[in-house]
Design a protein around this ligand. Structure first.
Ligand SMILES: [Zn+2]
Length: 153
């Protein structure tokens, strides 16, 4: 995987080291090495993302939606959030990255989303969307596993 980290707080060496280590761990764990090594991931750290957009994170496809390999993940990296929180949001967005790469999740232009074998119209509650439920179910597990193996805190 090619990984780039940019934006707010990138002068914080420890934060950048932990994000690098965690992002590699997440993507390789979720996709396996054969697929993960073709991924390019840009992680953009933003101050007050939540205030600006009402979300703590985003995962966006930057190349071909039919065979996505390049992604941008943006997360709120405001100083009031601790490393664990930021790394958990990155885990959440990496789960969406996995869903896109594996073709489980597909965003249509007309506000509908294909999730596995079903097509959804996007007027449902955010927490009921099955791709979000999967991401919430796995984000802490993924973070805890990373911390167990690589965390230095
Ligand atoms: Zn999500």
């Amino acid at each position: 995987m090619n990984l780039y980290i940019e934006g707010y707080r990138t002068q914080n060496k420890k934060l950048v080291e932990d994000i690098t280590s965690a992002a590699f761990y997440y993507v390789y764990t979720l996709l396996g090495g054969r697929s993960a090594r073709h991924i390019t991931l840009d992680i953009k750290l933003t101050k007050d993302l939540k205030q600006k957009t009402d979300a703590y994170g985003f995962c966006q496809i930057m190349d071909d939606v039919d065979k996505p390999r390049e992604f941008e993940i943006e997360v709120d990296a405001s100083t009031r959030h601790n490393f664990r929180q930021i790394l958990t949001w990155i885990a959440h967005e990496c789960i969406h990255l996995k869903q896109f790469v594996k073709g489980e999740l597909y965003d249509y232009e007309d506000d509908t989303v294909q999730w596995k074998t079903k097509r959804y119209k996007l007027h449902m509650d955010y927490d009921k969307m099955p791709w979000e439920r999967e991401a919430y179910r796995l984000e802490n597990k993924l973070y805890d596993k990373w911390e167990e193996h690589n965390g230095t805190e």
